[in-house]
Design a protein around this ligand. Sequence first.
Ligand code: AHG
Ligand code: MN
Ligand code: MN
Length: 330
Amino acid sequence: MSAPIVTIQRHIAEEQSLHPEATGSFTALLWDLILAVKMIAREVRRAGLIDILGLTGDQNVHGEQVQKLDEYAQDRIFKAMDHGGHLCCMASEERPEIIPIPKQFKHGKYVLMYDPLDGSSNIDVNISIGTIFSVHRKVTPGEDGRLEDCLQPGHRQVAAGYVIYGSSVMLVYTTGNGVSGFTLDPTVGEFLLSHRNIRTPKRGKSYSINEGYSRSWDEGTRKYVDYLKDKDPDTGRPYSLRYVGTLVADFHRTLINGGIFLYPAVPKPKLRLLYEAAPMAFIAEQAGGIATTGTGRILDVEPVELHQKVPFIVGSEEDVREYESFVNRK
Ligand code: AHG
Ligand code: MN
Ligand code: MN
């Protein structure tokens, strides 16, 4: 008897049945988002064949060069999500302000924040890239979303997920009931359940950090990384170094295999709280891992501005706790 084929639509519908109060709006929101990421996956697959590689010539709010695929992904997600009636507003790495829902469309009770294309520097060299998303409930009165609806701590997220456009296209997400992974079967265009209830090992064997910035690390980070390089078979050291330079890829490997990913302040933080660190932290904790700024839980950080950056250290519980012990050593 072959195993049941569980599409992501079926999985989301089954999850919805766990929430009797659910209206189906959240389920429909995810289905709309899934359509957008399937179209992004198609463009990523053939990026080398169509004029979608390279730069647009513009810069985004972070002063970063905007890749054509960044803009395509941004546009694709916006157009898939603006009319479904589930959102009160959106926020994107590629837009300086919150993105209102066009007047002509029904507004809803959720907020979607996203990094449409993560790992832009790897697009032109055919290395894995991704999309990251985070969903919150609207908390202000009225139907139009406001900045306050976006500036919520990560522990209030309703859902978080990412897509990795790699050797296969995978969608990994949580609604607070564990973490599930779905692999796109391109022959039928469906995401099929491939990783039920992902759990991160308590300790791993690899660390992931951009060693090029080691001269700018704080002392705790430097001592911790040196510690990982010492030879001590009893504690599995030295660890291997694995660094792709795409958060989604480095995070996914850490989520599945264990270990630790670190993007500390070098000397300033780079990763954005609302649509990179917080969604990944929600997923990490739901899989039994930990996500910290070094001195506090990522999901407890109170956002003060839309594109706020935080130091982001995430991975196996024992590895991250060990890091915190180095950083907090007096
Ligand atoms: P994005 O392409 O969305 O701007 O994100 C890039 C981020 C993240 O994907 C990755 O972890 C980090 O940049 C790598 O930064 P460095 O190149 O400084 O290591
Ligand atoms: Mn990113
Ligand atoms: Mn991006």
